[in-house]
Design a protein around this ligand. Structure first.
Ligand SMILES: [Fe+2]
Ligand SMILES: [Fe+2]
Length: 241
């Protein structure tokens, strides 16, 4: 469970994780204007006491950080499982696989830090996602290079959409605050930059997969369809459990 004090902090800080969230959270949070945002509106005044988050808000904030961390954990495990099998058959792909894994490890470290900073518990299904992600990586790599790349294509398509949605929500929130005369902290700008960078790296992985014959996987439509549906299901569950 997230610490109320800790999650409230980001208004400097609160604004950061809460802006990761979708319309459901935005509606919930809009009912409780953050005290720091109010203080920022009147720089010369003493800040009023911060209003504690409601339980619903804390839960929703936790779910956003939890799902991002879970997704990046899965990505690292998929590449970790795929790499030995793919590289054994196609040694020239070693640098590419290492590059994509290293970037995923960086993404996971970023969300591990945020989870720790805001005292959000990881998904309770961490062990299950670990097994499923490793199994997905291993099984697609066993099917061949094209299937492994199709897996990357499918996963990165869903994750890219996921981050794009978060960025859109965040920019809409910032625009709304600015229109209302509130000052937006530099920390929020940094978070948007971080999400954009990660989103771009995910889409770069998608391009690499297509360049390396993901579309030649047989049957491509079935493989990518099942994996994409699985990703959407995992995102839905990880936001809640
Ligand atoms: Fe990632
Ligand atoms: Fe990725």
């Amino acid at each position: 469970m997230a610490s109320t004090q800790c999650l409230c902090k980001p208004t400097r800080g609160l604004t950061s994780p809460r802006l990761l969230l979708g319309p459901r959270l935005r509606r919930a949070i809009s009912t409780t204007r953050c005290s720091l945002a109010q203080a920022s509106r009147e720089p010369g005044s003493h800040a009023s006491p911060r209003k504690p988050l409601t339980r619903e808000q804390r839960d929703l904030l936790s779910s956003a950080l939890r799902v991002n961390q879970a997704g990046e954990l899965a990505a690292t495990l998929i590449y970790k499982a795929q790499t030995p099998l793919v590289v054994r058959q196609h040694p020239h792909l070693r640098p590419l696989m290492a590059h994509m894994y290293d970037q995923e490890a960086g993404h996971l470290a970023t969300f591990n830090d945020l989870i720790h900073k805001h005292r959000v518990r990881p998904t309770a299904l961490y062990p299950l996602w670990s097994v499923l992600a490793t199994g997905l990586g291993w099984s697609t790599a066993m099917m061949g290079r094209e299937a492994a790349m199709a897996c990357t294509e499918a996963v990165e398509t869903e994750i890219g959409d996921h981050y794009n949605n978060q960025i859109r929500e965040m920019l809409a929130m910032i625009a709304q605050w600015e229109a209302e005369g509130y000052q937006v902290s530099a920390e929020i700008g940094e978070l948007v930059k971080t999400l954009r960078r990660i989103r771009d790296e995910e889409l770069e992985h998608l391009d690499h997969a297509v360049e390396h014959d993901a579309k030649k996987a047989e049957p491509h439509w079935l493989l990518t369809g099942v994996i994409r549906a699985g990703c959407r299901g995992a995102i839905w569950v990880s936001e809640r459990v």
